[in-house]
Design a protein around this ligand. Structure first.
Ligand SMILES: NC(=O)c1ccc[n+]([C@@H]2O[C@H](COP(=O)([O-])OP(=O)(O)OC[C@H]3O[C@@H](n4cnc5c(N)ncnc54)[C@H](O)[C@@H]3O)[C@@H](O)[C@H]2O)c1
Length: 269
């Protein structure tokens, strides 16, 4: 499968993570020049080396999305290295196991946990979009992919901060698509459902995993590469008429009737 991103310069934030690394690999396979940007600088360096050994152009940059100066350094390094930026895949998010345990409902929300979540997922993504737009607007072309989550679409008993931070990302995506569409810049959001990365599954109790699997319309949970294919399609020339949208890649988890799993058992046995 070929996507038209040949020669494009792409930044993938969280590029050393589960979904991000698959996106980096797909961009590299399709001829893009890849900036693997991650707070885990060593893992980012390893991936960039892997991409180069496969014949691609790739560099890594250590970046902390919670730190504005660090984000600006990412863009300065990209410009110094490649002289332009065509695509940004804003994929990084605060997903630590400790935060996943603490991010419950609003009654018990620690203000600092709320702020830490928004600092990376929403504020960090906003700053990255702004810095990308500063490069893309003058040349009247560019593509922004923001990563939200299907949890941004519905209420849940936990992850109130994470869900709200991702819902804000969806609205920011529409704002950018609207303000900068006529300047040749497209902006879309991808909304993964539970995806089989170690980070997502490692701390998930078996019962919760089975619950999500039952509520997923496909016979399987997604893999990181399933999300990466949506990202690279939206980034490619093939998606040139698509902007301002929020696409869930969640096996249909977010679209069905409430009680789907129980109803299915009732009607199908
Ligand atoms: N995997 C899922 O089930 C799932 C579901 C819904 C949405 N998502 C979203 O998909 C994206 C990728 O998730 P993943 O599952 O690949 O997670 P992951 O933990 O494997 O990857 C996230 C990457 O972001 C990096 N990162 C974390 N904080 C950072 C910071 N402050 N600055 C820079 N980099 C930072 C991490 O080092 C990591 O490499 C995230 O935005 C996540 O919210 C994932």
């Amino acid at each position: 499968m070929a996507y038209t991103v040949d020669g494009k310069v792409v930044i993938v934030t969280g590029g050393a993570g589960g979904i991000g690394s698959e996106a980096c690999r797909l961009f590299a396979e399709n001829g893009a020049r890849v900036v693997v940007a991650d707070i885990a600088a060593e893992r980012a360096a390893d991936l960039a080396a892997e991409l180069r050994s496969g014949g691609a152009e790739a560099v890594h940059v250590g970046v902390n999305l919670a730190d504005e100066t660090s984000i600006k350094h990412l863009f300065e390094t990209t410009m110094a290295e490649y002289g332009t930026l065509d695509i940004i895949d804003n994929n990084a998010a605060l997903l630590s196991a400790e935060m996943a345990k603490r991010d419950g409902n609003i009654e018990h929300m620690a203000t600092e946990d709320w702020d830490a979540t928004f600092a990376v997922n929403t504020r960090g993504t906003m700053i990255a979009c702004r810095e990308a737009l500063k490069i893309m607007a003058p040349k009247k072309s560019g593509v922004i992919i923001n990563t939200a989550s299907n949890l941004a679409l519905q209420g849940n008993v936990i992850q109130a901060a994470y869900s709200a931070s991702k819902a804000a990302v969806i609205q920011m995506t529409r704002s950018i698509a609207t303000s900068h569409g006529k300047l040749g810049i497209r902006c879309n959001a991808v909304l993964p459902g539970l995806t089989g990365t170690p980070a997502a599954l490692e701390h998930l109790p078996q019962e919760l995993r089975e619950t999500v699997e039952e509520e997923t319309l496909t016979p399987y949970l997604g893999a990181p590469v399933d999300i990466a294919h949506l990202v690279i399609f939206l980034a490619s020339e093939e998606a040139r008429y698509i902007s301002g949208q929020a696409f869930a890649a969640d096996g249909g988890t977010s679209v069905h009737i409430p009680g789907f799993a129980r109803l299915r058992r009732f009607f199908n046995g």
